[in-house]
Ligand binder design. Structure first.
Ligand code: PEP
Ligand code: MN
Length: 279
């Protein structure tokens, strides 16, 4: 059988679909995307009122845009610390009232949505839940800003597909986050895929943040990855900071110390400003 010419793979690459126009997400008085550089900082998990408040004050004074902190933790071992749930949310609310910082916190279970929304300005969907389609649809209906973290075995298209679950319910306030994917490399926790940042921006139009903490799993590499993220055009960072990380109940080794956070911010600000971003 003769093959017709058009079935033979052409040498030229197929035309790329048009890139999406970049949008921003407005959260309270803050705009995420395009011209700004957003820094969301705070502990992996909250564990007491006083400490949460002191960390919140430290990150606020250093110029962070929002406070992060987990009250519901997706852990590998079901017997390990799972977060303080409602009590943890109360700690975040307390810190929010004292500092005025907006709050980013993870929702694990759709049954806790109403409660989480009493505190969260942005609801975080963790890497392990990226394709929990029931959760995504419910967040789509809730209409709140959502920080959707890329699953550690998810492709770029799967990540954008997950964002579509939220968007097709009418909620367009979705922010993507690259936090490292699983590769053959075992010297560190995850491979931070910085190539994905501009590609996710152009393929979705959405703001893309980078989490520089979970990939290295070591605090001494966090600043370098943060500056690399700013240089590659990320719209901001979500970074783990604690007062005494050695006593943290989750992710201690990768958390920055709050008493060094102002120095960290100075370095990050320099690169973000160099990229024309306001911070
Ligand atoms: C976290 O932000 O603390 C977290 C659990 O992140 P991830 O879902 O990316 O592992
Ligand atoms: Mn963590």
């Amino acid at each position: 059988m003769r093959m017709s010419a058009h079935l033979v793979a052409p040498d030229a690459a197929p035309a790329e679909a048009a890139a999406f126009e970049r949008v921003h997400v407005q959260v309270g008085g803050h705009r995420i995307g395009r011209d700004t550089f957003t820094v969301i900082a705070g502990p992996c998990s909250v564990r007491c009122f006083d400490q949460t408040l002191r960390v919140a004050k430290a990150v606020e004074q250093a110029g962070a845009t929002m406070l992060r902190g987990g009250a519901y933790k997706p852990r590998t071992d079901p017997r390990s610390f799972q977060g303080l749930a409602e009590l943890g949310l109360a700690m975040l609310l307390d810190a929010k009232a004292a500092t005025g910082l907006m709050i980013v916190t993870e929702l694990l279970d759709v049954r806790d949505l109403e409660l989480v929304l009493t505190v969260a300005d942005i609801v975080q969907v963790g890497a392990r839940n990226m394709q929990n389609t029931a959760l995504l649809r419910e967040l789509g209906r809730a209409g709140c800003p959502v920080l959707l973290k890329r699953g550690f075995a998810a492709t770029i298209d799967e990540t954008i597909g997950a964002a579509e679950y939220i968007r097709c319910e009418g909620n367009h306030d979705v922010i993507l986050c690259e936090r490292g994917i699983r590769t053959f490399e075992s010297r560190y926790r995850f491979s931070l895929d910085l190539t994905a940042v501009p590609i996710m921006q152009e393929r979705s139009g959405l703001p893309v943040l980078v989490d520089p903490s979970h990939a290295p799993g070591r605090r001494d590499l966090v600043l370098r990855l943060s500056k690399a993220a700013a240089a590659v055009g990320a719209d901001g960072l979500i970074v783990e900071v604690d007062e005494s990380p050695d006593q943290a109940l989750s992710d201690g080794p990768q958390q920055l110390r709050s008493d060094t956070f102002a120095d960290y911010m100075r370095e990050v600000r320099r690169v973000a400003h160099g990229e024309g971003r306001a911070l």
